[in-house]
Design a protein around this ligand. Structure first.
Ligand code: UD1
Ligand code: MG
Length: 447
């Protein structure tokens, strides 16, 4: 059976009080829409359709950035969830598989839960995902008769008795596409909001004697984001489960509550993460590495047995090969640090390759930017760069080169050569003390 996911993301999200479309606010470094799209990708949906409206250009760009094959459908006026789904009808005319409707602002639905819904679809025409709400306030209520779902009644349209129901609609619905659109064709907008409610398809399906059911998931999974407070709560929930999952995968977190993961952080077993480490998007770490306290990593790859930090910053394109070391107050950007190479203290390495076994001394700066363009620095194998050197790119230091401390290197250095570029040291015997004595005497005289 082929599957399509239809992600509703056209709503304004006015309670966010933001110029950014709600679904683009980030959780764990990624737009919340990506979390929903990832869930769709994990059930191997044959197609993903995103319905956009408010801030639709930006939403559609973000959707395409995550999945170049995602289809974008516009909903110009937001006339309700049913209306949003109807916009995809033309796009899905030839599709006779199951559609799963998801919300862009409900990012934590698990693929396993969608699988359960698909299984329940074998015996049912429509399957809805429900949850027991601690506070059911604004949710649609699921009217069950045993296993049979008879209707969904929106909170605003509920009788006092119906409001007592705590089994609520998460919004996720699964039905075969032709049936979904045929049911929707009968939905009106005679309700408290004057909107076309997707939820009305249940009562219509039951009128046609079609079997409908609801399966349950935890409330944490259906957490929806409507406000900045919800966003912060969602971030906390994500971090909590990422920490647990990371430890379950064999990674040591010495102070889990202080480590901040991204949406897509991958860490191999036997890696140790010390306190207060921050992961931005696109970090992969192989096994056995140590990430020491207060390091900030994004867009980088760290091979086995590397040591990073404390207080290191790895920016996009930082690539550390086997056993490389990057120490305190070091920033690495778009640079490969080959096996066993060391950049241990207070350096900036940008747009470069540092060859195997090379050592970059304290306070070395790779001067990669001339104010207009970025240039590359190439360091061969077993090169020694003395402390406080400036390498002015483009420049190349061949294998076994040696740069004397404090040099400003503006041209290529051949293999095995020593380069020294600094004023010669002059020693003036006795002059130091004579100068100090004179200064002290002058100060005394001026009192
Ligand atoms: C909806 C459900 C309710 C359920 C709740 C769960 C309906 C009628 N109600 O209510 O039963 O308990 O979600 O959170 O379905 N959207 C569009 N276009 C629109 C309207 C909405 O794309 O015209 C999108 C929104 O961006 C959002 C989602 O659909 O992602 C849900 O819309 P929202 O307005 O939040 O629905 P609720 O009133 O919360
Ligand atoms: Mg809502």
């Amino acid at each position: 059976m082929s599957i399509a996911t239809l992600i509703l993301a056209a709503g304004q999200g006015s309670r966010m009080k933001s110029d950014l479309p709600k679904v683009l606010h980030k959780i764990a470094g990624a737009p919340m829409l990506w979390h929903t799209m990832q869930c769709a990708a994990q059930i191997e949906a044959d197609q993903t359709i995103v319905v956009v409206g408010h801030g639709g250009e930006k939403t559609s760009d973000a959707a395409i950035e995550y999945d170049a094959d995602a289809k974008i459908i516009w909903q110009k006026d937001q006339n309700g969830t049913g209306h949003a789904v109807q916009q995809a009808k033309a796009e899905m005319d030839d599709f006779d598989g199951d559609v799963i409707v998801l919300y862009g602002d409900t990012p934590f639905i698990r693929p396993e839960t969608l699988q359960k819904m698909l299984e329940a679809r074998a015996q049912n025409s429509v399957v809805v995902l429900g949850f027991e709400a601690a506070n059911p306030a604004g949710y649609g209520r699921l009217q069950m008769n045993g296993q049979s779902l008879e209707a969904i009644v929106e909170a605003k349209d509920c009788s006092p008795e119906q409001l007592e129901v705590t089994f609520c609609n998460s919004g996720v619905i699964c039905a075969p596409a032709p049936l979904l659109f045929s049911l929707l064709a009968e939905v009106g907008n005679d309700n408290a909001n004057g909107e076309v409610y997707l939820t009305d398809i249940i009562a219509i399906a039951r009128d046609r004697d079609l079997p409908c059911t609801a399966i349950a998931c935890s409330e944490a999974e259906t957490m929806g984001i409507n406000s900045r407070k919800n966003l912060a709560d969602a971030e906390a929930a994500f971090q909590q489960s990422a920490r647990t999952a990371t430890m379950e995968n064999g990674v040591t977190l010495t102070a889990p509550d202080t480590v901040h993961f991204a949406f897509d952080t991958h860490i191999g077993r036997d890696t140790i993460i010390e306190p207060n480490v921050f992961f931005g998007l696109a970090v992969t770490i192989e096994s056995g590495a140590t990430i020491r306290a207060f390091s900030h990593l994004e867009g980088c790859h760290i091979a086995r047995d590397c040591v990073v930090g404390p207080y290191a910053r790895l920016r996009p394109g930082a690539e550390l090969d086997l056993g490389a070391k990057v120490g305190n107050f070091v920033e690495i950007k778009a640079a490969q640090i080959e096996a066993g190479a060391k950049v241990n203290h207070l350096s900036y390495v940008g747009n470069a390759r540092v060859g195997e076994g090379s050592n970059i001394g304290a306070g070395t700066i790779f001067c990669n930017y001339d104010g207009v363009n970025k240039h590359h620095t190439e360091i061969g194998k077993r090169v020694f760069i003395g402390s406080n050197s400036a390498l002015v790119a483009p420049v190349r230091i061949a294998d076994d080169g040696f740069i004397a401390t404090g040099s400003v290197v503006t041209s290529d250095v051949p293999e095995g050569a020593l380069a020294i570029a600094r004023a010669r040291l002059a020693i003036k015997p006795g002059l130091g003390k004579r100068m100090m004595d004179r200064l002290r005497a002058a100060k005394e005289a001026n009192k």
